[in-house]
Design a protein around this ligand. Structure first.
Ligand code: AMP
Ligand code: MG
Length: 492
């Protein structure tokens, strides 16, 4: 850890883009978890870690020598309304590290105290919400959904006031970049034209390297916007296909790299419900599950408007116009794969998948449980019934059996054997997802019993969500009745 070398390319943009900010010490920090996968990304050998030193660094109580701690400034549309200035209110970038494979990672403390952008906040993050972000980032990565990552989590005795008194904690999260749509909106709203171009050039040069900024054959900025549109479509398609509800899709929570960022009141669907609202503070349901694709498009429009210095309106419209097609293509592909319909027959499969979702919605069928069980699908030609293991998920068996008959026909034209299909489907449909009730159990054990081994055990499971993990089998089934009572707000 001591030998980590920071490169800090973002700081070269100049101080219109960030403010230097030292973290504020936190009371009695103690290490809760280190994520071996990300240690490995940083080429750190776990056995060489001095835990006391690591705890001090990852709580913000000590600083690595060549770190240049700073908080970013940005703006954003929150629930449809423009807020001229937001910024990292409780996040402090330590710097950027290039690993031995040439990959760059930015390391950011979250919850390490006040910054110039804290507004009414206290700069802290409670243990509850930190555990949720820590585990979910890793769960998403394992599900192949683009996301920021988790390196470490520390707890403390620092009191933090939310609805109740809780304790503060700090996590280190990692991302190639933490730049958001709102970063561009800030400069656009202030008429800071030079900074808009500077930021776009920076993003293209470092993260969209296949675009030639000097090209005369095309407008590189339009090409870039087109790629952001495409990456965002791909991200949201993955959310929809895995049943992930983000909860706060404000433009300041939209990554310019198409990553899932800023985990708040998120949830994975239990029963399939297109109207699901995971954030109890979202009274209008603006960010309900089925709205996520169109909200992302709305957010992309905000981004496009803020870079109109760099292209004309027609070019921006052109870049945006690919969204719907990209999204539909990605989503259909993912759903075909989840359904074991690997060989193309798009039109027929699309109809089949949408009729399935309708049935699941009507009959309140558990989303991930269904797809995991679908690998074992069987259909009896004589009784025209699906296997009982699947049937028990539906309260109206006839409707499902009708669908199953059609599905069976489609499967027959697929070249894979039943065994091979099953194996492939089980590598696509997770057995374990971070349901809210599971997060709640982990949080309660951590808060009330200082049991952090349970968190570590779940980290390993969520990082390998397709494996069987027989010791955890009871958590691969239906959520318990009390899960319905969990309410998640923005408070974090
Ligand atoms: P979010 O939508 O949760 O990502 O946060 C919106 C804005 O509020 C961001 O600028 C955050 O940095 C800021 N914020 C959230 N919680 C706090 C806090 N406890 N202290 C300071 N700023 C906060
Ligand atoms: Mg945010």
């Amino acid at each position: 850890m001591k030998q980590l070398k920071f490169t800090n390319r973002y700081q070269q943009l100049g101080n219109d883009f960030y403010q230097n900010q030292q973290p504020t010490s936190i009371k009695k920090p103690h290490l809760i978890n280190i994520n071996p996968l990300m240690l490995n990304e940083l080429d750190i050998d776990e056995s060489t870690i001095d835990h006391e030193f690591f705890t001090d660094i990852s709580s913000g109580n000590a600083m690595l020598e060549d770190a240049q701690p700073s908080s970013f400034i940005y703006a954003g549309h929150q629930f449809g309304h423009f807020v001229p200035q937001l910024g990292d209110g409780r996040a402090i970038l330590l710097g950027e590290i290039q690993n031995k494979n040439g990959r760059y990672w930015e390391l950011q403390l979250k919850g390490a105290g006040l910054t110039p952008f804290s507004r009414d906040g206290d700069g802290r993050a409670v243990l509850r919400s930190t555990i949720r972000e820590y585990l979910c980032s890793e769960a998403m990565a394992a599900l192949h959904i683009p996301t920021t990552r988790s390196l470490s989590i520390v707890g403390s005795e620092e009191k933090v006031f939310r609805e109740n008194i809780e304790t503060g904690s700090v996590m280190i999260r990692m991302s190639p970049s933490f730049i958001r749509f709102g970063s561009f909106e800030l400069f656009a709203s202030r008429g800071q034209h030079r900074q808009i171009k500077q930021l776009a050039d920076f993003v293209i040069r470092h993260y969209y390297q296949d675009i030639d900024l000097r090209s005369t054959d095309y407008n590189p900025y339009q090409k870039w916007l087109e790629k952001v549109v495409n990456k965002t479509a791909e991200l949201i398609a993955a959310w929809q296909a895995e049943g992930f509800a983000h909860g706060v899709m404000n433009t300041d929570n939209m990554s310019i790299l198409g990553l899932t960022i800023d985990y708040g009141p998120f949830a994975f669907l239990d029963n399939y419900d297109s109207q699901f609202i995971c954030n109890h503070s979202d009274h209008q349901g603006r960010y309900r599950f089925e709205n996520q694709p169109s909200i992302a498009f709305w957010n992309l429009n905000c981004l496009a408007r803020s870079v109109l210095d760099l292209m004309d309106v027609e070019e921006a419209k052109q870049a945006l116009s690919g969204y719907e097609k990209d999204y539909n293509r990605y989503y259909l592909k993912l759903m075909q794969n989840k359904s074991g319909l690997f060989e193309k027959n798009d039109k027929q499969h699309e109809a089949l998948i949408f009729s399935l979702l309708n049935i699941m919605q009507e009959q309140q069928v558990d989303y991930s449980l269904f797809f995991r069980k679908l690998a074992d699908f069987e259909f009896d030609q004589v009784s025209r019934q699906a296997n009982s293991d699947l049937l028990e998920l539906f309260n109206d068996a006839d409707t499902f059996n009708q669908w199953a008959g059609e599905y069976h026909q489609n499967l027959k034209s697929q070249p894979l054997s039943a065994e091979a299909r099953k194996e492939k489907m089980n590598s696509i449909n997770p057995k374990y997802i971070l349901r809210n009730y599971i997060a709640q159990m982990i949080i309660e054990r951590a808060e009330q019993q200082q049991d952090y081994a349970y968190l570590d055990q779940w980290l390993k499971v969520l990082q390998n969500p397709y494996d069987e993990h027989p010791e955890m089998a009871e958590y691969a089934g239906h959520p318990p009745a009390w899960a319905g009572q969990i309410s998640v707000s923005c408070s974090s």
